[in-house]
Each structure stands twice: as C-alpha cells, then as structure tokens.
Design a protein around this ligand. Structure first.
Ligand SMILES: Cc1ncc(COP(=O)(O)O)c(C=O)c1O
Length: 371
C-alpha cells in the first residue's frame, strides 16, 4: 500500500461515501444524490452558508488526478485558473488575484488599504464581519452604517463617511440575504471620488435572480478604485478547499499582491476550481436545488407565521419575533446548527438552505423550540 493510495482513501472518507461515488458519476446525479455528508454524525449544519451538494463530480475527479502532484508547487495550476477566470469575466490575466478563499482577498484589501496612515473602513451594519476584524487589527478607524429599512446598503451615508478611505459593500449581503439595487450601486461607484477604494463582495452572486441585481465586474475597466471579490466556497461547493479571487485593475492587483504570501492557494483547490468552471451543470444545479429547498422552507415557515427578509442568497434571515439566542441554543441541543446572533438584528435567525431533507429536520426542530 503506497502513500498515495492511503491518502486517497482517507480523503474520500473525509468527504463521505457520497463524494467518493460522485467521482465516477455523471453530473446529472447531482440532483438526486447527496455529494457530501456532514462530517459530524447526526448534525444538520445550516450555519455557514455552504452548498451541501459539494463541488462538481468533475472537480472531485480533478482532485484525485492531482494527488500525485502534491509534492510540486502549484505554479502552472495558478496560471490555468487565472486564464479561465480572465476568460469568464472578460478581463486580462493581470486583473485577477487568487486567494486562499475570498477571506484572503478581504484580508489583503484590509492590509493594503486600511490602517491609521492608509485609510478608514466603512461597512454596513449588519454585514459580513471578516474585513472589519482585519481592519480593526490594522488600527483602522471603522464606521458602521446601518442598512436602510429595506435592508439595502445606505450608499449615500457610506460615501459621506468614507473620507477617501475604503468602503466594503456586500451584495447580496450576509447576513440579511438582501440586495442593494443595481442602479444605486452603479451611481454610487460613478460618484465616489477615485481616491476612495470600493470592494464589492459578490460571494452570493450566483444565487441572486432579481432583475434589480447585477455584478459590477464590468465596471472595473472604468474604475481603478473598484475591486470585486468572488468565491468558490458557495455555489461551487468548495468551502473546505479554500479558493477565491478578485477582479480589479492591474495596478490595484499589484498593490494587493505585495501583501500576499507566495502560493497561497493549494493545488487541489486550483484543480477543483478549474474543473468546476468547466462543468456547465454546477451553477444551474445549485441554483435549482437550493431554490426549491428555499421556497419549501419559506412556505412552511409562513404557515407557522414566520416571515423572512426577501432572500437573494442561499440563506434566509427569519424574524423569529423574540430573542434568537435561546432558539439557537435549543436547536443546537437537537443537533440542528443555525447562524449565530447578529447583534444589529437580535430577533432574526440566519438559516442556511441545505438539502430539502435537512430543511425538514430543521422545521420539525423549529416547531418544537418555538412551541
Ligand atoms: C459575504 C462573504 N464574503 C466572503 C466570505 C468568505 O468566504 P471564503 O473565504 O470561504 O471564500 C463569506 C463566507 O461566508 C461571506 O459570506
């Protein structure tokens, strides 16, 4: 038994039986079979906005194929993914920066553009907090601007608070799953002074289907101060592999790259990301399956008298009409994990949409804890 075969077996054990089988299955089985099981027996994990169906079967096969390259640095695999992403987004190769998850991109933005001598950070409240933590560690002044009553970013107030620093826009926004309308975002990007940097985090881009939503990647060519972050952790089902990227103008990418360690993205993640992009079923399957489970969950919650913020993502923010923390704890005791408390919305529960079977388990536990 050689090292590679041991590693492969351990790896498929980690992913679960479904994943191992998915390697040899055609893509359409995505719809009927779970690709990935929870690593903790019995726990329904609806807390981290992951895609429970996992990556494309082609991506799992690609990982298997690069096992014997584990001793090599990922050099040319970086190039292949950058080529694919440049083509996909209609930009030059030097406008793409890969990251160890989009979390690394967010950290690089904080390290490059925020701090006492670099600039302040302006973000919505509530929003995805990683970059706020990064900027705080850098000693940056931080301004939180509450979302509007309709849960979009208050872009006028954010622009006014920016002081030529750095503005973080999460669209769709985590934890509210709400969007900031495309016209407002476009006007905002056009009017913010060029010295103010703007990061638009599009982690949940693929799940948004509102006519009021669009990506701002096409605006990068006209705006040297615009950075757009994307991730393979959500619809591409690669949260455990770690791969993300950003699109910006070349000079901005160079400034950020100076803060990055070499070879931060591993060869398995690169191979899987490339294969995921090549599988034309991955995104539509994810949208359809999560969309169906989301519609089911919302209608069941509606029957129980609970509404959620209109969702353009793979999670929903439910108004539980009481402090959410005791409910989170009671659900955890029943092996159902949901999102944590978001202090700006203490009566809301963030619930990731998983497989329909997982949503049924959640609903029966939810009925018990709100009874
Ligand atoms: C809005 C948003 N941005 C970025 C991330 C980071 O994702 P990753 O580092 O896995 O790409 C997340 C993760 O939940 C997120 O919700």
């Amino acid at each position: 038994m050689n090292t590679i075969s041991i590693s492969r077996r351990r790896f498929t054990q980690l992913l679960g039986v479904g994943a191992a089988a998915a390697v040899v299955r055609p893509a359409f089985h995505f719809a009927t079979e779970p690709a990935v099981r929870s690593t903790t027996t019995g726990v329904v994990r609806l807390s981290a906005n992951e895609n429970p169906y996992g990556p494309s079967p082609e991506a799992l096969k690609a990982i298997d194929d690069v096992f014997n390259l584990a001793c090599r640095y990922p050099d040319e695999h970086n190039d292949l993914l950058i080529d694919a992403l440049a083509r996909l987004n209609g930009v030059n190769r030097d406008q793409i920066l890969l990251g160890d998850g989009s979390s690394e991109i967010l950290q690089l933005c904080a390290d490059t553009f925020t701090g006492p001598t670099r600039g302040n950070l302006v973000a919505a409240d509530p929003t995805f907090e990683a970059i706020l933590n990064n900027a705080e560690i850098n000693g940056a002044e931080i301004t939180k601007v509450p979302l509007t009553p309709g849960f979009s970013h208050d872009l006028d107030k954010m622009a006014a608070a920016a002081k030529q620093g750095f503005i973080y826009i999460c669209n769709p926004n985590n934890p509210t799953a709400s969007i900031t309308p495309k016209n407002e975002v476009r006007e905002f990007i056009a009017k913010v002074p060029g010295q103010t940097m703007i990061l638009v985090d599009e982690a949940y881009f693929h799940y948004a289907d509102s006519p009021d939503y669009e990506s701002v990647i096409p605006l990068v060519k006209d705006h040297p101060n615009l950075i757009v972050a994307r991730t393979f952790s959500k619809i591409y089902g690669m949260a455990g592999l770690r791969c993300g990227y950003c699109v910006a103008q070349k000079e901005t990418i160079e400034r950020m790259r100076a803060h990055q360690m070499w070879d931060s993205v591993n060869i398995m993640a690169l191979a899987a990301a490339i294969a995921n992009l090549n599988d034309s079923n991955q995104v539509p399957n994810g949208r359809r399956l999560i969309g169906e489970a989301k519609a089911f969950t919302i209608s069941e919650l509606d029957k129980l008298g609970y509404k959620s913020i209109p969702s353009q993502a793979n999670f929903i923010m439910i108004d539980v009409k009481r402090p959410v923390v005791p409910l989170i704890q009671s659900l955890k005791q029943r092996n159902v994990h949901v999102g944590r408390l978001f202090p700006a919305l203490p009566n809301h529960m963030r619930l990731t949409i998983g497989k329909k079977s997982e949503m049924k388990t959640f609903l029966s536990a939810f009925r018990q804890v709100v009874a």
